[in-house]
Design a protein. Structure first.
Lengths: 111, 116
């Protein structure tokens, strides 16, 4: 079936550097995508979303890029901080408002 | 806004007992809630969609008699793990869209279940 997957299972960055987390999706009919952050032992926290009629969306220190041609989604975090250390999931809105989650990327921020 | 709570946050039970997990939307009404299961270092797996006033919709491979879902009101959904076994030990998370039909989902803090 259709699925959403991530390229990098673990990403280590130096504090202050920019982070880029990637996600590939396979359902070309998907029109809504969300990035979530999950800290250990907690539920996922909404970060940012984007619709398929957009290529880029910016939030506070975060930017999501969508490339529909290659079915690729990325999350950019500017000036990464230790508090950004977590697992990041991309999610694709499936039919009936169901979310299909990617495998997740662990972000480790080194001080 | 859009706060979702779960209770309990952690539960340890003996094999064969049943455990009830509550999911509440604190500042909005949710006609639909979702229940997920997550194993360590794994992604979230949708178990079922909880619908207020009607039966839950289960994903393929999820036993409806094992995981009973009741959407009692517009702010409460419960998941009961019946006759729990060690393989049911997992992290259970609920979510809800803050507005009916909205695609964005906000998640509860999760419930850690350990079955001995």
């Amino acid at each position: 079936g259709e699925s959403v997957g991530l390229h990098l299972p673990t990403l280590s960055v130096q504090e202050g550097d920019n982070s880029i987390i990637n996600c590939a999706y396979s359902n070309s009919a998907s029109d809504y995508f969300i990035w979530y952050k999950q800290e250990s032992g907690k539920g996922p926290q909404f970060i940012i979303d984007i619709r398929s009629n957009m290529d880029k969306r910016q939030g506070q220190r975060v930017t999501v890029l969508l490339n529909k041609t290659v079915k690729h989604l990325s999350l950019q975090i500017a000036a990464t901080q230790p508090g950004d250390s977590a697992v990041y999931f991309c999610a694709e809105n499936d039919y009936g408002n169901k979310l299909v989650f990617g495998a997740g990327t662990i972000l480790r921020v080194k001080s | 806004g859009a706060v979702v709570s779960q209770h309990p946050s952690r539960v340890i039970c003996k094999s064969g007992t049943s455990v009830k997990i509550e999911c509440r939307s604190l500042d909005f009404q949710a006609t639909t809630m979702f229940w997920y299961r997550q194993f360590p270092k794994k992604s979230l797996m949708l178990m079922a969609t909880s619908n207020e006033g009607s039966k839950a919709t289960y994903e393929q491979g999820v036993e409806k008699d094992k995981f009973l879902i009741n959407h009692a009101s517009l702010t409460l959904s419960t998941l009961t793990v019946t006759s729990a076994h060690p393989e049911d030990s997992s992290f259970y998370i609920c979510s809800a869209p803050p507005t009916s039909g909205q695609e964005t989902q906000y998640f509860g803090p999760g419930t850690r279940l350990l079955v001995l």
